[in-house]
Ligand binder design. Structure first.
Ligand code: APR
Length: 167
């Protein structure tokens, strides 16, 4: 499995599945969640309503509608509360569960935003190491997922993910 970083807007990426850093209501929000819903169109919210929410660390999959990506995988990341509330394991679970869903839907290419490092205030360096480790661990098990793209929206974020890939 190839893992690479790009600097850009995940809503513009043409791949099999993009991941949405959602909240547990799945009813949209700001940040990347808002951008994905705006780009996908109103059908995405209709589809999300069917799930009646999603627990932190879990993931659900919908069509991508007006997005260039075929699917959107929605995962609520953990809100950083200082690190003693299982945040690290929950973040790893986000990546793992998204990749499992991607595999189940025969996605070969999957793009992730930097889950939880915006509004949810998860420390960026720690989050980037958790993300890369979780993706690498998944990649050791043969699966159809052959490329994971870690999409940074700003250069500081990209720097942390590039460093994590070099470790
Ligand atoms: N493409 C890629 N990355 C983006 C985009 C975009 N278009 N827009 C924002 N980002 C980046 C942010 O810069 C940050 O690095 O996504 C990362 C995650 O930040 P948030 O979107 O704030 O997500 P998160 O920290 O997981 O908080 C989730 O915010 O938007 C609400 O509904 C969402 O309640 C949920 C919470």
């Amino acid at each position: 499995m190839e893992i690479r970083t790009v600097l850009g807007d995940i809503t513009k990426i043409k791949c099999d599945a993009i991941v949405n850093a959602a909240n547990t209501s799945l009813l949209g929000g700001g940040g990347v969640d808002g951008a994905i819903h705006r780009a996908a169109g109103p059908k995405l919210l209709e589809a999300c309503r069917e799930f009646h929410g999603c627990e932190t660390g879990q993931a659900v999959i919908t069509w991508g509608y007006d997005l260039p990506a075929k699917y959107v995988i929605h995962t609520p990341g953990p809100i950083w509360r200082g690190g003693a509330a299982g945040e690290e394991e929950l973040l790893a679970a986000c990546y793992r569960n998204c990749l499992e869903l991607a595999k189940d839907h025969e996605c070969e290419t999957v793009a992730f935003p930097s889950i939880s490092t915006g509004v949810y205030r998860f420390p960026l360096k720690k989050a980037s190491r958790i993300a890369v480790k979780a993706v690498r661990d998944f990649g050791e098990r043969a699966s159809i997922v052959r490329e994971v793209i870690l999409v940074a929206f700003d250069s500081r974020t990209k720097e942390y993910y590039d460093q994590a890939l070099e470790e």
